[in-house]
Ligand binder design. Sequence first.
Ligand code: WT7
Length: 650
Amino acid sequence: MSNESLANLMTETRRFAPPAEVVAGANVTAAAYEAAAEDRLGYWAEQARRLSWEREPTETLDWSNPPFAKWFADGRLNVAYNCVDRHVEAGNGDRVAIHFEGEPGDSRAITYAELQREVSQAANALGELGVATGDRVAIYMPMIPEAVIAMLACARIGAPHSVVFGAFSADALATRIEDADARVVITADGGYRRGAPSALKPAVDEALTRPGAANVRNVLVVRRTGQDIPWTSGRDVWWHEAVGRQSTEHTPEAFDAEHPLFILYTSGTTGKPKGILHTTGGYLTQVAYTHHAVFDLKPETDVYWCTADIGWVTGHSYIVYGPLANGATEVLYEGTPNTPHNGRWWEIVEKYGVTLLYTAPTAIRTCMKWGDDIPARFDLSSLRILGSVGEPINPEAWIWYRKHIGGDRTPVVDTWWQTETGAMMISPLPGVTLAKPGSAQTPLPGISATVVDDDGNEVANGSGGYLTLTEPWPSMLRTIWGDDQRFLDTYWSRFEGRYFAGDGAKKDEDGDIWLLGRVDDVMLVSGHNISTTEVESALVSHPRIAEAAVVGATDPQTTQAICAFVILRGGAPQEEGLVEELRAHVSKELGPIAKPKRILAVEELPKTRSGKIMRRLLRDVAENRELGDVTTLTDPAVMDLIQTKLPSAP
Ligand code: WT7
């Protein structure tokens, strides 16, 4: 990347000190950075002691065959025991583990003691269905308690799960079942989505007609909506029958720390999905530690809510394993943020007294678009820390989140990590860090990250380049399922001895890290590398803009020309002269080189189901090409809407 252009970008100067009460009671203080810098492995060995081991590890890291790491290799433990049973044994069986809120408004509180009984029953049922240690189980579920119970039951018997997002197609499910060679699929008749039952089981039936899915013996089906579904007798089994009649006792067996815990597929932009493999001891250590440190969790008093879906890694690490390992009380919500009204999330925060909230920038920007008055109708005063994950958060969205959700009082923690990293890697600490809106800032204690140039040399402060991780970490992916070579090629070959994350980043004058999006999204304009993220943030800092997506379209004069798609705030029609005003605004914020050539107001942006903007499709529009693959879009109709808006191309 060209350093001159980046050095001038992003001139965010607002700073927010951690509130005194968070500082006073913080789980993790500045001393942690020093301790971890002095003895990184010793620091992680200490964090591993948060878990209950059947056999304590004596070895921390085996890096004798890099990049294939082994963490805590001679230790043995059971993940479900750590997430459930030990809290009951410690006398906290009556604490609520999960406050479930269904989309239609049904709710259910599940204590740790109840969770223990239900996970035990599910583990017994899987055993009865012949699921053995090491067998893979596919989980294709709505956001209901049984999804969490199914994951924990798999972990309890050492059967790696592969959770497939419930809105993925039969095709996507079939590919994943085949790649992992799953033996059992756990699903539901359907789930509630935008006010109506939405079927899941028919997609499973369709997926199982594919030859690659021939090894699936049974489908375990939760009854959630009660809708009519096709049934294959002999293969399909009702959860309430097969699980319901089991003993509520099950003795957890300890597994090696490197026993596979789960496979989770990331689609990426090209090629077939990669089955990211996570294992047991190191993964659980880092998710538990980071949840404790970054959310400053006080399990006796906090009510935590992560709005992600369990089909994503955020759901695995910060709905299931991290919070439950820490004995948290958490909210699990089935539906969408705007069913039946745009204030549903804030109603839930008020109802359960949520103190810690973890969500994504895309959701925050959507709420900005709906208007400040909506959260203002609810009592959000219980909130004490707000988290963000999934994309760079524009400084203006960060400020809005803090102000309108956090009452101008709560720290906002912008957490950078990936499916591959398993757990948070770069994030402020709420009781330590002087926060900068829009920056993930600092590698967590025990994590080593830096920004390098094309040749792999660390860049100076004030410069940009590629984000790399320079030392192994406990929750790192161990490989790509069945494809060690692809693991080496994708992550470890670009820079010698380092993990390449695929993200562009910049270090500011203080050495804090700013994420600039996937390197594939960087634009080249008249010899300058310009990050889509920075132009988008500049647009969102204009009071009329709620959300922006920027792409580089091929241009004969400048190599690429910046083309922006924007969503206006509050729904008022576009005023005359706005486009010129926006171009001038970006020019003022970032410099004339970053001024978009074209700006188009649209109603919606194309997003993947995990909320990431699909710039590839916008580039197709900007370059007047036929659209590429739209199957992973939340709503493919969005693209038609955008194209009808398009004046004749330049
Ligand atoms: C990619 C990983 C981590 C769980 C959800 C996404 C982007 C993630 C941030 C952040 C800037 C972020 C990166 C990363 N990303 N968090 N705080 N700031 N970018 O998991 O689907 O594996 O995506 O999401 O580009 O590489 P994922």
